[in-house]
Design a protein around this ligand. Structure first.
Ligand code: B12
Ligand code: SF4
Length: 501
């Protein structure tokens, strides 16, 4: 069977990283293992038009991924495909998984979307593929309308999907089971991507060849529920792969794919300290520690003791991020982070003492924030002094507690899913005295106060990678420190082409 997996076009308005989509890489691996002919079409990097690709490849099954700001583009993509080719179109990813807000219905009710997969996709994707193949083999009428014929009852029992039958009725089936044994999953199929089209993990900081930069996930899920975090997609249950299984993939990335840096994308990699100690020992024993790797997302500060951090450094860890979020003691309690500032201080100290670089994630404009609490956040960032301080504008994603609070007590300033990005220097809601003006002012102040200090300036100027990335760094500095145009590149393109949804 021919299977197409599509990442809809959605370039961020900043020079951020573009990477091979790990979710699609996992689904592609499932399809390859099944024996399908698979093509990944990443609209961000392809030169061919989508329509040409579809007419040429003629897929039997199409999967499109969508996070919140991407979802409208996913619908446009589905519509454009259906206009030239008839095949079942399945949407998946974080946005459509928020069933609590009916976002699965929102997509499946579109005339050109046949089905939505909620949550982790590997199991349902395999089952959908099997069912579509059976149907194609056994039916004379192989149209999508026949596949979705309610009288055929093909989808009645399948878990994890919301779908539309050809009479227009929409059904939401029960959730699929969590994948407990992550070792049972095939490794992401990077062979399906044009790796030379992507950036490295942190293009503003490092000058690694993007084609040699890979991501890996050693665990899934997070047992915490911070009020701002879009954890709707992955189950609450934290699950980890065995160290042996991770090491095998790591070896494959280094020796077969030539990885020059590896990004560990886990939501909370250090939930079990002993697991990371074993993994580190194995990276050292297998001589894989010469390739630098980074915890790209925050690890838990309360589980980052000095012995562990030293061991991770020996195992090749170059840099780790921590979700600090706020510098105000009351605010950190209010967001259910379950960590205090002294613990965070200690975690940064531990990293610095063992020679690890750090990244701090901070949020400007949490519900309840005031000028003073936001200044506490900026001051705390300066005190911790990570190599990279990443301030984001609070963006209430559907399915989060903050979204509920803002809907109840505040006013959302976005009525378009395409605005759900947090690096655009624009406030996304207002609540009481927390006005858009104040948030924008503090957001810009955060970047200026943190980066325009002698320490960070000298650090940048002394780094070889800064000079190698000079044009990009100038663009980023211009956008960060000076007011930027209102419209994203994507919006301009969409408007110019007169495509609206
Ligand atoms: C790495 C990452 C990035 C990277 C790379 C993104 C990429 N191309 O994959 C970068 C830095 C570019 C990025 C940017 C953004 N990100 Co991001 N990112 C992540 C992160 C940490 C890991 C993604 C990942 O690889 N997951 C692992 C894979 C296996 O999971 P997955 O991609 O979700 O895919 C699985 C399922 O969703 C499902 N599935 C997905 N697609 C499909 C399609 C089909 C057909 C099917 C059947 C199933 C299916 O099956 C997959 C396998 O199980 C997640 C957090 C997380 N835990 O997922 C946030 C996350 C996805 N990002 C998020 C956000 C908000 C953003 C930004 C909007 C932030 C911003 N700057 O404003 C941008 C949007 C960028 C864009 N171009 O779309 C949110 C999304 C929330 C939402 N409601 O959409 C998340 C969930 C973080 C969070 N906890 O809040 N991100
Ligand atoms: S912010 Fe981090 S710790 Fe909090 S719920 Fe999200 S992934 Fe878990």
């Amino acid at each position: 069977m021919r299977v197409a997996l599509i990442n809809p076009r959605f370039r961020l308005p900043i020079d951020t990283r573009t990477t091979a989509h790990l979710g699609l890489a996992y689904l592609g691996a499932v399809s390859q293992k099944r024996g399908d002919t698979v093509r990944v079409f990443d609209c961000d990097v392809e030169e061919q038009s989508l329509e040409d690709f579809v007419q040429e490849f003629k897929p039997d099954l199409i999967g499109i991924t969508a996070n919140t700001p991407q979802v409208k583009q996913a619908w446009r993509t589905a519509k454009a495909i259906k206009e030239v080719h008839d095949a079942p179109i399945v949407l998946g990813g974080p946005h459509v998984s928020v069933a609590a807000e009916g976002l699965d219905y929102e997509s499946v009710e579109r005339p050109y979307v046949d089905m939505v997969v909620r949550g982790e996709g590997e199991g349902p994707w395999l089952e959908i593929s099997n069912k579509v193949e059976d149907f194609l083999r056994s039916s004379e009428d192989t149209s999508t309308a026949a596949l979705m014929d309610p009288n055929k009852h093909i989808w009645d029992e399948m878990l994890g999907i919301t779908y539309k039958t050809s009479d227009g009725q929409v059904y939401r089936n029960m959730d699929a089971k969590v994948i407990n044994d992550l070792d049972s999953l095939p490794w992401p199929a990077y062979n399906l991507f044009r790796m030379n089209k992507y950036t490295n993990l942190q293009p503003a900081t490092d000058h690694v060849d993007g084609a040699r930069s890979f991501s890996i996930m050693t665990s899934r899920g997070c047992p915490y529920r911070c009020t701002f975090c879009s954890q709707s997609i992955m189950p609450i249950k934290w699950r980890a792969r065995t160290a042996e299984n991770v090491i095998e993939e790591w070896r494959h990335l280094v020796h077969e794919l030539g990885a020059e840096e590896i990004g560990v994308l886990d939501d909370s990699a250090n939930i079990r300290r002993d697991r990371l100690m074993v993994l580190s020992d194995m990276l050292i024993a297998n001589k894989l520690n010469h390739v630098p790797w980074i915890f790209v997302n925050g690890i838990r500060a309360n589980l980052a003791d000095k012995v562990l951090m030293a061991k991770l450094k020996e195992a090749g860890l170059l840099r780790t991020a921590f979700g600090v979020e706020t510098g105000n003691p009351d605010m950190i309690k209010a967001i259910d982070k379950h960590v205090d500032h002294d613990t965070i201080r200690q975690a940064f100290k531990n990293c610095k003492e063992v020679g690890l670089q750090t990244i701090g994630f901070f949020i400007i404009g949490l519900p309840g924030d005031t000028r003073e609490t936001m200044q506490d956040t900026i001051d705390f960032a300066i005190e911790l002094d990570p190599l990279i301080a990443n301030f984001s504008m609070m963006t209430p994603y559907p399915g989060t507690k903050v979204y509920e609070i803002v809907k109840r007590e505040g006013k959302l300033l976005m009525d378009d899913w395409e605005d759900y990005v947090f690096f655009e220097q624009k406030a996304r809601y207002e609540m009481g005295e927390l006005t858009a003006e104040l948030m924008t002012e503090m957001y810009r102040k955060a970047y200026r106060q943190f980066y325009l200090r002698p320490g960070p300036i000298m650090r940048r100027l002394r780094a070889k990678d800064f000079w190698m990335n000079l044009p990009r760094n100038i663009r980023i500095a211009r956008r960060t420190f000076f007011k930027k145009p209102e419209k994203t590149e994507l919006k301009r393109v969409i408007e110019a082409e007169g495509r609206t949804i």
